[in-house]
Design a protein around this ligand. Sequence first.
Ligand SMILES: [Zn+2]
Length: 175
Amino acid sequence: MHCFDFEAVVVFDENGNGEIYCNECVPDRTDIENGENVHPIFCDSELDCYPTCSVCGKIHDYVSLTPQGYQHEMEAYFDKLCNEYDTDKFMTPYLYYGEYVECVNEYYETFYFPTDILSKEEIEKEGYEIEQTHNGYYIRASANGYLDCNDWEPIDSFDDLLDWFDSNYEPLEEE
Ligand SMILES: [Zn+2]
């Protein structure tokens, strides 16, 4: 996609109120190429959330997100997946944002730990060697009120989050 490509536009009415539409969903007699009241949402735009078509509801994720926008969309996606997968079982998913370290144990197996739960000194005292410090999302499932939980895993993209749900939970049947 070129930076001047777009799949959605904002159409302003005479009062200056904008509505978002897919190129295919704009109301009749709107000239998306030349209309003065039409503003394309170019794919190099950086927005706080993905534009959503007011007709068909399509979410246009071809634009870039600001850091706040990325967090907003990631948390919205997490909530959506929690509803689409059978997460009411024993283990509940928890998504966190912050600093975590990537480390290896004596067998060179990789583990991740949030540094607000275990300090770097404590992690090293447990016999891990810290390889890298990251900032971002990480996730695990744990059982409420029990000490049972699976390992922390980093989430670097929307696809990572989907993969994590796929490998930990069964999708719910569509109604
Ligand atoms: Zn649409």
